[in-house]
Design a protein around this ligand. Structure first.
Ligand SMILES: [Zn+2]
Length: 273
């Protein structure tokens, strides 16, 4: 499942093939309203949290969120698509490539002022998604003070800290894998109610999330601990040994959306932080 790091990497991959290019075909069969016409230029491809945005020089912005099912592919002109055309939710063709978004549940076209649409202009988070996204932890300039300030405004005191980390209104980018990895790194039990997590620990969790996400913006499989590429601390390691203490990793579905959560019962005991 894509998290902030994978969407940032996807944006980088699409950027090299699309930015500055002229659109010869644009389709978004399920999106409402006006849309960019052939002949427009793609001005920028960027991500914010788990959203991907593609901007055009006539002010249009295509925004997608892949959730669990969606994917973006980029193909050469004669290359065979890996999914059937009826699953395509957006198609952007330039002279030597076609980018196709399959099965994304969120595909939206909006319009911005032209100067906001130029390459290099900052992302206005109030326009992305619900308009309520917190700082994007994948970005070097993410404002962690702002993320901390948002926690009591959008979360309940009895909410699990694991759900707080997933709340994109606090900070954008953390998904279900990083949730478990960050809590293990900080030795915090995922089921700790927010009210029992002090400010210092909250900051440490956000800093760790930012560090882990940013460490995964390059090539290679997602890695959060020392070891071969792809090494994770606890995620999908249920019943295996904790890399720190050797205890058996626990697995349980937790929280608002019943998401898989992994932790070490010894390193992450249930007490106040
Ligand atoms: Zn342990």
């Amino acid at each position: 499942v894509p998290e902030g790091d994978s969407i940032a990497r996807l944006a980088a991959r699409l950027r090299t093939r699309l930015e500055g290019r002229t659109v010869v075909r644009f389709e978004a069969p399920r999106a409402n309203g006006p849309r960019p016409k052939p002949g427009v230029t793609i001005t920028k491809v960027e991500s914010y949290g788990k959203y991907l945005m593609i901007s055009f020089d006539d002010g249009f912005v295509l925004e997608t969120h892949l959730r669990m099912t969606g994917r973006w592919d980029i193909y050469g002109p004669d290359e065979r698509w890996r999914k059937p055309v009826h699953l395509a939710r957006a198609i952007i063709e330039v002279d030597d490539a076609v980018a196709v978004c399959f099965s994304a549940p969120v595909v939206r076209i909006r319009r911005e002022k032209r100067q906001d649409n130029e390459s290099g202009s900052p992302v206005d988070a109030s326009k992305v998604g619900s308009g309520q996204l917190g700082p994007d932890l994948c970005r070097d300039d993410a404002d962690l003070d702002e993320a901390l300030r948002r926690i009591p405004l959008v979360c309940e005191p009895d909410e699990d800290i694991a759900d707080v980390l997933l709340d994109q209104r606090v900070a954008a980018g953390v998904g279900n894998v990083f949730k478990s990895e960050v809590l293990w790194a900080c030795k915090v039990n995922p089921l700790t109610p927010l009210r029992d997590v002090d400010d210092e620990t909250r900051r440490r969790l956000l800093e760790t999330a930012a560090t882990q996400l940013r460490a995964n913006l390059g090539r290679g499989p997602r890695t959060t601990v020392a070891g071969p590429p792809g090494s994770l601390a606890v995620y999908a390691r249920g019943r295996r040994q904790c890399r720190r203490c050797g205890s058996t990793i626990r697995w349980q579905r937790t929280g608002r959306d019943n998401r898989s959560t992994y932790w070490c019962p010894t390193c992450q005991p249930r007490d106040a932080h």
